[in-house]
Design a binder for this molecule. Structure first.
Ligand code: GLU
Length: 475
């Protein structure tokens, strides 16, 4: 099995392209096949090295390694021309000397397809006329002469596909400037690379009968096709920049993990046949079959992506997450690298904060109050839980600190002390917890307060409570 991903470097790697690459790659890896990367750069004006680089970077980030390539379509131009000239020589294509504007006007007048007008003009030339004009240097395009009848092929997703050839125009295969068009180049390249399976977007479905006709005219073996439905935005319209980030690089920058992105995109338009959602790359490879690509379009659900990301995040090794947290908090003057380097401390911290983070950046933010000695106090939390009634907040903090003094520093012991104190003060435990949370984390929300206390330890907790009281007094 030989598969390929054939992006045009006219833009960044977007989620639709990445999904196409993932499907081809999964099938290649499952079947022990070869995955080829071919950059289709024949549109010289719209292609750029920057886009090529972004595509390669995106593939590398996703972990989609290619076995051959990257090849550049432009390098095959001579072969594309030879194939076009061969069709011309065999009478399966013809020279079109006509002026496109004239042909268009005539086609409109006679209510015909322009290519049929061009064909009529070519066929009306006297014998030898076409060769003579070409030899004299007159410019011409080469058009493929679509035969009569119908074109059928099997699509792994859509089944038996039939197209009436009268609906297919005589496509230009070589422009008058000598450049090949996509439909010829792709056939020539896929045959040259001995590609056996082509998985690509539904937007190419109308090209496929033309390509199938070209394979047959050139006597080349046809690959098996699988056309994947579109990706839609939440509003049911084709996914575009209007819906938010569509470039793979944007997701990398947002702290999405590559394996979460691969998992998410693989499930967008494909199903493992059971109700699994969280899947590792190995599980995806084992389960993938193109027959289970769905026929209907699927909706890009960013909530699900975040959720999957959180799941994948939670199974990453502690040391790696520690490294990320350290990078995320690198600007903090009071960062406690000693704690991040302590595997036992990280093993205690991570389970508590992982469940509250769906991206690497969120994980870093969650770690901040524990990994740094200086807190950033959220002004809303300060206002709501300290400054509405400063005297009361001070009393609650002081009495809580007092109640904790001498307690064993465990969740159970601390909870006992706090609940007894609340009872003694005739108030709810929450009333004591809110100002305490701001004192310990600076934030309105945090992991469970007893988790926070134990993670911080006695000394840091007492110190923060003391600093809180000073701050409230000073304000
Ligand atoms: N270069 C084409 C594109 O980016 C893909 C062609 C193909 O997969 O056959 O849309």
């Amino acid at each position: 099995m030989r598969l390929r991903f054939a992006p045009s470097p006219t833009g960044y790697l977007h989620v639709g392209g990445a999904r196409t690459a993932i499907f081809n790659w999964l099938l290649a890896r499952k079947e022990g096949g070869v995955f080829v990367l071919r950059i289709e750069d024949t549109d010289r004006e719209r292609s750029s090295d920057e886009h090529t680089r972004a595509i390669l970077d995106g593939m590398t980030w996703l972990g989609l390694d290619w076995d051959e390539g990257p090849f550049f379509q432009n390098e095959g131009v001579e072969r594309h021309r030879r194939d076009a000239l061969r069709l011309l020589g065999e009478g399966k294509a013809y020279r079109d000397f006509s002026d496109p504007d004239e042909v268009r006007a005539e086609a409109q007048e006679r209510d015909m397809h322009p290519s049929r007008v061009a064909r009529e003009k070519a066929d009306a030339l006297a014998p030898g006329e076409s060769d003579r004009r070409a030899a004299a240097g007159e410019p011409f395009a080469i058009r493929f002469r679509v035969p009569d009848g119908e074109t059928r092929f099997q699509d792994l997703v859509h089944g038996d596909m039939r197209f009436g050839n009268s609906d297919i125009d005589d496509l230009v295969i070589l422009r008058s400037d000598g450049t090949p068009v996509y439909n010829l180049a792709v056939v020539s390249d896929d045959a040259d690379m001995r590609i056996t399976h082509v998985i690509r977007g539904d937007d190419h479905l109308s090209n496929t009968p033309k390509q199938v006709l070209l394979y047959r005219a050139l006597g080349l073996p046809e690959p098996i096709f699988a056309h994947v439905p579109l990706i839609l935005g939440a509003d049911g319209k084709r996914l575009s920049k209007r819906h938010g980030a569509t470039a793979i690089g944007d997701y990398a920058a947002e702290g999405i993990l590559p394996e979460a992105m691969v998992n998410f995109l693989a499930l967008l338009g494909w199903s493992p046949g059971d109700d699994r959602e969280f899947m590792t790359v190995e599980e995806l490879i084992a389960a993938f079959t193109p027959e289970r690509i769905l026929r209907k379009s699927s909706v890009f659900d960013t909530e699900k992506l975040s959720w999957l990301n959180g799941r994948h995040l939670s199974v990453r090794p502690d040391a790696e997450l520690a490294g990320h947290i350290r990078r995320h908090l690198a600007d903090e003057a009071t960062l406690r690298a000693d704690l991040l380097d302590d595997p036992a401390w990280m093993a205690a911290l991570l389970p508590v904060i992982k469940v509250r983070a769906r991206t690497l950046d969120e994980l870093g933010d969650q770690a901040r109050p524990f990994a740094c000695d200086e807190l950033h106090y959220d002004p809303h939390a300060v206002e709501k839980h300290w400054l509405k009634d400063p005297a009361e907040a001070i009393e609650r903090l002081e009495r809580t600190r007092h109640a904790f003094a001498g307690a064993a520093w465990t969740q159970d012991a601390l909870e006992d002390r706090l609940r007894s104190l609340a009872e003694e003060m005739g108030t709810g435990a929450g009333k004591l917890i809110h100002p305490l949370r701001v004192a310990l984390t600076g934030n309105m929300a945090s992991p469970g307060i007893f988790d926070v206390l134990v993670l911080l330890g006695r000394e840091r907790s007492e110190d923060r409570m003391g600093r809180a009281v000073k701050r409230i007094r000073a304000s």
